[in-house]
Design a protein around this ligand. Structure first.
Ligand code: THU
Length: 160
């Protein structure tokens, strides 16, 4: 038996101004995408902005329903729309931002397990890493691929 450690390397920014210009644009788009949230039940607004290799930024926002499981997270709204409309495009970077009752959360957004699994699927499909940016008002984290937010991903594909 061996006890092993698993380390995850990511970048953490204390302000959006520290980021690359294209990432700043994506962060702004994710925050702006919160306007499309339909969240009368949770009052938690999530915006997602997905940069494709064709230059487009696809936006998503969480959509809720009185029959709770019928709703969908912001990340999957964006990825499914991109997958349906631009099936050959590479999903380069996905930024996510959450707000409580309209106020951007201090801590970085943390995608649910189902969204992480969907990210993993598209990353595998495209054969190129999908970078992830998780936005908070006090901290922003950037990960170089989905594996870093879904350790021990069930697929054996290695992106690093
Ligand atoms: N939500 C997202 O849109 N993305 C996530 O990664 C986590 C949660 C949404 C679902 C629901 O509309 C609300 O946030 C509260 O859970």
């Amino acid at each position: 038996m061996a006890v092993k450690d698993f380390n995850i390397r990511y970048e953490e920014f204390s302000s959006v101004e520290e980021m690359l210009p294209e990432d700043q644009e994506l962060v702004a788009a994710a925050i702006d995408a919160q306007k499309g949230s339909y969240s009368p039940y949770s009052n938690f607004q999530v915006g997602a902005a997905l940069k494709l290799d064709n230059g487009l930024i696809v936006r998503g926002a969480n959509q809720e329903n009185v029959a709770y499981p019928s709703g969908l997270c912001a990340e999957r709204v964006a990825m499914f729309w991109a997958g349906a409309n631009y099936p050959d495009a590479v999903m380069e970077t996905l930024a996510v931002a959450g707000a409580n009752a309209g106020v951007l959360c201090e801590s970085p957004a943390s995608p649910c397990g189902a969204c992480r699994q969907v990210m993993a699927e598209y990353q595998k499909k495209q054969g190129k890493p999908m970078k992830i940016i998780l936005v908070g008002s006090k901290r922003i984290r950037k990960y170089s691929c989905v594996d870093d937010i879904l350790p021990f991903i069930f697929d054996s594909l290695k992106m690093r």
